[in-house]
Design a protein around this ligand. Structure first.
Ligand code: ADP
Ligand code: MG
Length: 414
């Protein structure tokens, strides 16, 4: 693959502080690469270094294999066009005048646009579907229309590489999609390489070939969407709880942000509880223990079970079994380990069947832990095996029987 843009051990800073630290990456010709990262991680700074707005302290940037610092403005403009994060249209320029600015690097001093320039301006407007807005004042256009005009100005340069910094900022979802689809079209149909700073992780996941994650001025990850849009990659960078799932309509990976750092703010009370649940019977109980500062573990749960999903969203340790499968010996042993390290074990009002009978049998292995059992509406589909175990535990006073309400009341007293 042929490279078009390369950062090589680049360090960039303002005043005393280094913002970008030893950053390296390569964008290849024809790719659609997105750069994501939290606010302030240095994304715009990287873009400013390409345009020369900020100098680089160490390392080099190469454009088409040439040292960026040695390129003249015109040479650089022949290869790459940049759409900055903030574009101030302080005058009521007409759309065509904004786009004409894209031709300025190619004009000699005092020279005005030629026939050829006007042709390219119209062509650029056409590419973004805004030719009909040619004579309109930029200040009177909608956000989406304005953004497309600004991209047209970049296209009037006939760039091989289009660099955009948060092009969908301030746009609502319809215009966001329009702008993303436009970039996709430019990439696919005209072979323009796209390097896009995006704040919307899901748009990056949906439209990019590759995603770079920047965190505090350093590269946290660089890879294909499936390698980057992962909980373990994004959670520590964005410091939020999130889950990654496949969007059923687009088939693209997407993140669902959950609560912001709630688990981090939660004060631990140093106690551990293991909850045996399933099918939603644990939902309120899991969350209540979690919020009270218990270290909660759950198991064994089938992957996809609603209690499993809740545990995932709260970042709770869960011992799992494959969907619809009986609990294996391995999962049983792992569950036993979790139970042995718990101060308290809770069996929720879960139906007992063949697939989860081992979750009941395991209760006979308890030693010193307190065991709370909730039995209100649940059924036993094991021909009485499950109920028999539970009843003998209660009869031998190895467990305390509670209603769900009583359990929650006890918890709330703490
Ligand atoms: P991002 O685009 O990822 O949100 P920026 O590159 O804009 O991040 O900013 C990265 C860091 O550099 C921030 O801490 C910001 O405050 C700082 N910074 C940006 N521009 C300047 C500047 N001109 N002078 C001093 N610090 C700056
Ligand atoms: Mg920025």
């Amino acid at each position: 693959m042929e490279e078009i843009l390369r950062f090589e051990n680049v360090t960039i800073g303002y005043n005393e502080k280094d913002i970008i630290k030893d950053f390296s990456c390569t964008v290849n010709r024809g790719e659609f690469v997105s750069l994501i990262g939290p606010n302030g991680s240095g994304k715009s700074t990287l873009i400013h270094a390409i345009t020369g707005i900020v100098g680089i302290r160490k390392g080099k940037i190469y454009i088409n294999g040439k040292d960026n610092e040695k390129l003249s403005a015109k040479e650089r403009a022949q290869i790459t066009a940049v759409v900055p994060q903030t574009f101030q249209a302080s005058f009521a320029f007409k759309a065509k005048e904004i786009v004409a600015m894209g031709r300025h690097p190619f004009l000699k001093r005092m020279q005005s646009e030629t026939e050829e320039d006007y042709k390219l301006i119209d062509q650029a407007l056409e590419q973004t579907g805004t030719l009909h807005l040619r004579e309109r004042k930029i200040t009177q256009l909608s956000g989406g229309e304005r953004q497309r005009i600004i991209i047209s100005a970049a296209l009037a340069q006939q760039p091989q590489l289009l660099i955009v910094d948060e092009p969908t900022n301030h746009l609502d979802i319809q215009y966001t999609l329009e702008v993303m689809q436009l970039m996709q079209k430019l990439n696919r149909e005209q072979g323009i390489t796209i390097f896009a700073v995006l704040h919307d992780i899901n748009m990056a996941a949906r439209f990019s070939d590759r995603i770079l994650v920047l965190n505090e001025g350093q590269k946290a990850r660089d890879g294909r969407v499936s390698e980057v849009i992962r909980e373990e990659v994004l959670k520590p960078v964005y410091k939020i709880d999130l889950v990654v799932r496949e969007n059923p309509l687009t088939g693209a990976a997407e993140i669902v942000p959950l609560r912001s750092n709630k688990s981090a703010q939660r004060k631990s009370n140093g106690k551990r509880v293991h909850i045996i649940c399933g099918g939603g019977s644990g939902s309120y109980i899991i969350e209540a223990f979690h919020n009270k500062g218990y270290e909660v573990s759950c198991g064994v749960l089938n992957v996809g079970d609603s209690d499993y999903e809740l545990c995932r969203s709260l970042g709770i340790k869960t011992i799992t079994e494959k969907p619809y499968c009986e609990i294996s010996g391995e999962a049983f042993d792992e569950n036993l380990l979790a139970i042995e390290s718990a101060d308290l074990v809770v069996l929720t009002d879960v139906d007992i069947g063949r697939s989860n009978l081992k979750n009941i049998e395991i209760l006979e292995h308890l030693s010193s832990q307190n065991l709370y059992i909730v039995r209100e509406n649940a059924s036993d589909y094991t021909g009485g095996i499950g109920d028999k175990i539970i009843n003998s535990l209660l009869a031998e006073k190895k467990a305390i029987s509670l209603t769900k309400k009583e359990l929650i009341e006890i918890l709330n007293k703490y």
